[in-house]
Design a protein around this ligand. Structure first.
Ligand SMILES: Nc1ncnc2c1ncn2[C@@H]1O[C@H](COP(=O)(O)OP(=O)(O)OP(=O)(O)O)[C@@H](O)[C@H]1O
Ligand SMILES: [Mg+2]
Length: 403
């Protein structure tokens, strides 16, 4: 008997928009956020379709893979699914009529990816700011979901999108403006940056990740670009030099680590901050953290997941208290990483040792931040057996024996 071919339930074609690769299914649904960047990029560059297949790993429900010719033939013969025809792919233009805009904003919570924890109000505020062409600044402590939320909002709006990580650029002028080159035949010439292309693309959404870590030169260059009254980029610092106008409908979404514990992050210029609408990302509550971890790690014992949320929550409360013995709480990024270790068979104690403790200073020995955090974790590592260090009955007994 011929081997049965497993067919995908969704088929996507990848298109390039701005500097990102977006995946659309047959009916125009955007699946970008469900598929890894690498997979989308390979599909685009290799010019093949990708499909959603049942996963062989218990961790994931689905796996996205290349659709081979064999599968494609089979699909074309079965009427259950059509391969996408992207020439008429649906793109949800943001409505302009006021009633429609209201409707779009207030029904937008369904666009939020399930794996992103964010309140409905904050999400809708974010969507509204984007739809209204505001410059958005996502703020909050490290690892609380700023980049994730910014990318999600960009994915939800079917508009050309561009991503720039300003925290990683050493040379803001070449990233934001371009480079001057010299070639024998051509002489000196100027090659514009991708950012110049981005701001000239009408209705594009431009992500400026880690703006707070950017070089002050980057802030200066962006000052006129972000100013609603100016909206231009000057190609040269010299007055009277060429400028490039920001196209109609361009939206900027920036992220910044702003909080008193971020002394290493440069303090952002007040004038630059004033050009943004601030959307503050909340640090997750213990319950929300537990919900997220259970959603992400359905195969990990949920009582251990609850312990992880509890540990994180205790450190966050402590770091915010007036008599704080630690400078920062455990972030959601860290709890997610830690649960990944639990899933891979490490114990809570081992996972904490490699993912949490290195973040805390060990100088000061028993009075150190690390010792403090270790003590919190230890409370949740004891399995209730007799070697419980802090078992009061035993302590009393031991004291009794000694006397
Ligand atoms: N609110 C959240 N909902 C879901 N996942 C979250 C949330 N916050 C953090 N995470 C998890 O933590 C990881 C890191 O989040 P993200 O990169 O968005 O943080 P960030 O706020 O941009 O951090 P940084 O300040 O270091 O740039 C995410 O990939 C996700 O797994
Ligand atoms: Mg980030």
């Amino acid at each position: 008997m011929a081997k049965q071919i497993i067919l995908p339930d969704v088929v996507c074609k990848v298109e390039k928009s701005g500097n990102r690769y977006n995946a659309y299914s047959t009916d125009g649904t955007k699946y970008t956020s469900d598929i890894t960047t690498g997979c989308r990029k390979n599909a685009y560059e290799g010019d093949y379709l990708i499909g959603r297949f049942p996963s062989t790993s218990p961790r994931y429900e689905f796996a996205w893979r290349r659709i081979t010719d064999k599968v494609l033939n089979q699909l074309e013969n079965s009427s259950s699914i059509n391969t996408p025809n992207t020439s008429d792919s649906v793109s949800v233009d943001v409505p302009t009529d006021h009633a429609e805009v209201l409707n779009f904003i207030h029904s937008s919570y369904s666009l939020k990816p399930k794996g992103l924890m964010m309140t409905e109000l904050k999400w809708k505020y974010l969507i509204r700011s984007a739809v209204r062409g505001k410059n958005i600044m996502m703020t909050g402590p490290a690892g609380c979901g700023k980049t994730m939320a910014a990318k999600s909002v960009v994915n939800s709006l079917d508009r050309p999108d561009f991503y720039f990580n300003l925290g990683a650029t050493q040379d803001p002028r070449s990233t934001l403006i371009g480079n001057t080159h010299f070639e024998k035949e051509k002489g000196t010439f100027f090659s514009k940056s991708l950012f110049v292309e981005a701001i000239q693309t009408p209705n594009s959404v431009i992500l400026l990740d880690e703006l707070s870590r950017a070089h002050p030169d980057a802030w200066n260059i962006l000052m006129t670009v972000l100013d609603y009254g100016q909206r231009y980029l000057r190609l040269d610092e010299a007055d009277g030099s060429d400028t490039i106008k920001v196209a109609e409908g361009v939206t900027f979404v920036a992220t910044a680590n702003i909080g008193n514990e971020y002394t290493s992050t440069r303090v952002m210029d007040k004038a630059l901050m004033d050009r943004f609408t601030i959307v503050e990302m909340d640090v997750l509550s213990e319950d929300d953290e537990t919900t997220l971890l259970n959603y992400m790690f359905p195969h990990v014992d949920s009582s251990v997941l609850s312990s992880v949320s509890k540990i994180a929550s205790l450190t966050r409360t402590e770091s915010n208290s007036e008599t704080a013995r630690i400078t920062s709480g455990i972030s959601t990024r860290t709890t997610v990483e830690l649960c990944g270790l639990l899933y891979d068979g490490f114990s809570l104690e081992e996972s904490a040792e490699v993912s949490i403790y290195p973040q805390y200073d060990s100088t000061g020995g028993v009075d150190s931040e690390r010792t403090f955090v270790k003590q919190i974790v230890q409370k949740f590592c004891d399995d209730g057996s007799t070697d419980d260090l802090f078992n009061e009955d035993e302590m009393a007994e031991a004291e009794g024996d000694a006397s």
